[in-house]
Ligand binder design. Sequence first.
Ligand SMILES: CC(C)(COP(=O)(O)OP(=O)(O)OC[C@H]1O[C@@H](n2cnc3c(N)ncnc32)[C@H](O)[C@@H]1OP(=O)(O)O)[C@@H](O)C(=O)NCCC(=O)NCCS
Length: 162
Amino acid sequence: MKTGKTVRESMNETTQQVLPGDTNPMGTAFGGQIVAWVDLAGAVPAMRHSRSTVVTASIDEMHFISTIRLGDIVVLKAAVNMTGRTSMEVGVRIEAENPRSGKRSHASTAYVTFVAVDENGRPTEIPFIIPESEVEKRRHAEAKERRAKRLAARKRLAAKDG
Ligand SMILES: CC(C)(COP(=O)(O)OP(=O)(O)OC[C@H]1O[C@@H](n2cnc3c(N)ncnc32)[C@H](O)[C@@H]1OP(=O)(O)O)[C@@H](O)C(=O)NCCC(=O)NCCS
């Protein structure tokens, strides 16, 4: 019988620091580096939830709403919002913390879909997610809407490829 797991069982919070090699010529964080950290931080709840190898199927569009500067501590909070049969949407909230003042600002939010795969790279069934708090239930409902849009986009792309 398929089992369920709570969001708390797999959530992850990690930190990184923006070093000179992570910046663009303006001295602010290079967006591609932030995306790589998002992918890494988001994979942790997906692996914990499924106890499988996971691959990134898609990353929804990302908007950087405030600047992340050289020396900032980047806090990445990741949790499973929703599960399908083999896939999971993981939400990753990115905050930039000034190490001197301690002030934190919301820099971006990303939604990453991971698919659990077996040793042959084939999608494999995962436990369902149990949202408990009001926030988790809201995120779960919103994730269902995003999944529908994502799958419609995937269908359009497949049709174009012929
Ligand atoms: C992701 C992947 C395993 C899906 O395999 P597939 O044969 O298309 O499998 P399916 O059509 O059965 O889809 C499996 C699940 O993935 C989901 N999925 C597939 N493509 C998706 C996409 N682009 N966005 C979101 N979810 C996607 C499906 O909705 C399905 O979810 P469900 O089981 O929860 O309903 C496969 O496309 C793959 O290996 N892609 C490369 C992944 C990779 O290398 N990532 C690293 C970055 S390049």
